[in-house]
Design a protein around this ligand. Structure first.
Ligand code: ATP
Ligand code: MN
Length: 477
């Protein structure tokens, strides 16, 4: 008999039909009631076992964590909390689980503990919900761009360029590390290495994305990105997924409009397709927040926060205006920032970003036109000679979720800026070719997928929204 998913069974009208379900036991009460879960939904299916007709040998093996198959009739449930249940005619143990040794007990475990057993945490309510939502968000990203006629491009994971020039890359080599070939000067001889030169894991697919946009007009990438930055924060991973659209004939405003439309589309998709899981996560967050003092609790529930984001336009302000707001804020005057905002030109810290979003505007904010000194070489220079056409989108509880810009399409300006910033012009000759042959205004941005999942699930640590997080000194599973 074919297996039916629990999600579908729970929506079926019971007519005493015979069905077979397979899944993992969450709990087994009174030698009669199995709560079975197969990951298709957070809700368990109740299987009622007739213990007088079931061999003792089988009953003993229905333990938390065991994989079982149950066949029986689907009936309306007498009990509270479910509309249907299965009256089992037979239960088969597929895989035993020693209840004494199984790390997931039917009780609340801390997220920190579950991180240590990430190979099993998929089987909990919280992580079941998080990863079903994550799946749905990935699908929504593709759906959005596909509907808009964007081409999905696969940019390389092994790359010879460090897009930001920040040097926070992981090297890729097949050298025997205990015997690295050296040249005459005693430096590592990459000529003998696999690729004949020094290469690294990509930190961004943007530069390659730009090449494709110069042919297909509208493209996006969605792939893994690697940064060897030693940031032990709740918002940084060494391996994360990034969505990077790049559009020819777009200026900064078009770029902002697209990013805003995309974020609202994805949030809406989640509310329409994952409401059950989001409601569960919203409630989870509310419980969690009860531990906090009143003034640190969120004003809106997760659900209301998401609705708020799709119903309201994002606030758009320039860096210069933001500096003014921050400098004049009571927070700054009372020296409540770790980094006080005193002059134009300073980079914004996450405490400043969060102040703007959470305290001042109380909604998502798009900050534009940053000083050129704190942004990348490829951003388009504004006429004031001081700022570039950059845009960062800041979200409540997250800070920066999107970083983007209009790109410098003028060859002379780009080359000058590269020299000023010490970016090797010859090595990026292929990139500059797009400016030599048929250059045009274009723009794009990068959305950190995990930061988006954090926002939509209401989780607070980025390690809890990617199945197997990679962070400094941590690469398990
Ligand atoms: P931050 O200042 O938060 O480190 P960034 O300025 O380094 O971000 P970008 O280089 O603009 O970020 O990358 C684009 C997007 O990728 C960011 O807006 C963010 O959503 C995401 N992102 C950047 N670094 C990480 C990371 N280490 N882990 C997870 N997401 C990241
Ligand atoms: Mn960074």
């Amino acid at each position: 008999m074919t297996r039916v998913r629990i999600k579908d069974i729970l929506k079926t009208t019971p007519t005493n039909q015979t069905i077979t379900v397979k899944g993992w036991v969450r709990t087994f009460r009174n030698n009669s009631f199995i709560a079975l879960n197969d990951g298709s939904t957070n809700n368990n299916l109740q299987i009622v076992v007739d213990f007088t007709n079931t061999p003792e040998e089988i009953l003993k093996r229905i333990t938390t964590g065991a994989a079982i198959s149950a066949t029986g009739t689907l009936i309306a449930s007498q009990g509270k909390g479910q509309t249907v249940e299965v009256k089992a005619t037979s239960v088969e143990i597929i895989g035993d689980s020693d209840a004494e040794k199984y790390p997931l007990q039917p009780k609340k475990h801390s997220l920190e503990f579950l991180r240590e057993i990430a190979h099993l945490r998929f089987r909990t309510n919280t992580f079941g919900a998080v990863f079903r939502v994550r799946n749905s968000l990935a699908f929504a990203v593709h759906k959005f761009f596909n509907e808009k006629g964007f081409l999905y491009i696969h940019t390389p994971i092994i790359s010879a360029s460090d897009a930001e020039g920040a040097g926070e890359t992981f090297h890729v080599t097949n050298f025997d590390l205990s015997n690295i070939p050296k040249d005459e000067a005693g430096a590592v001889d990459h000529k003998q290495d696999f690729f004949g030169k020094s290469v690294n894991l990509t930190v961004s697919g943007q530069l390659e994305g730009e090449l494709a946009a110069m042919a297909f007009s509208d493209i996006y990438t969605f792939g893994p990105t690697f940064r060897a930055e030693n940031s032990n924060t709740t918002r940084h991973l060494a391996e994360f997924w990034m969505i990077e659209p790049e559009m020819a004939f777009y200026e900064l405003k078009d770029n902002m409009d697209l990013a805003e439309e995309m974020l609202q589309y994805i949030i809406k998709h989640a509310l329409e397709n994952n409401l059950e899981d989001i409601e569960f996560l919203s409630q989870r967050l509310e419980e969690e927040e009860k531990q906090k003092p009143q003034n640190e609790r969120s004003e809106l529930s997760l659900l209301d926060k998401l609705k708020f984001c799709i119903d309201n336009k994002f606030e758009r302000v320039t860096y210069t205006q933001a500096i003014e707001i921050l400098r004049e804020s009571n927070h700054n005057k009372k020296k409540k920032f770790t980094y006080l905002v005193d002059k134009w030109g300073v980079d914004l810290q996450s405490e400043h970003e969060r102040y703007l979003v959470e305290k001042h505007f109380k909604k998502p904010v798009i900050l534009t036109d940053y000083p050129k000194e704190i942004k990348s070489f490829y951003m388009r220079q504004n006429d004031d000679g001081k700022t570039v056409a950059a845009m960062d989108i800041l979200f409540p509880g997250i800070g920066e979720i999107v970083g983007g810009s209009q790109r410098e399409e003028r060859l002379d300006k780009l080359e000058t800026r590269m020299s000023e910033m010490g970016i090797p012009v010859e090595e990026l000759s292929w990139y500059l070719d797009t400016r030599r042959f048929g250059t045009c205004p274009h723009a794009g941005f990068g959305l950190g997928f995990e930061r988006l999942v954090l926002f939509i699930t209401g989780m607070t640590n980025i390690r809890d929204v990617i199945p197997f997080p990679r962070t400094p000194k941590n690469c398990e599973f």
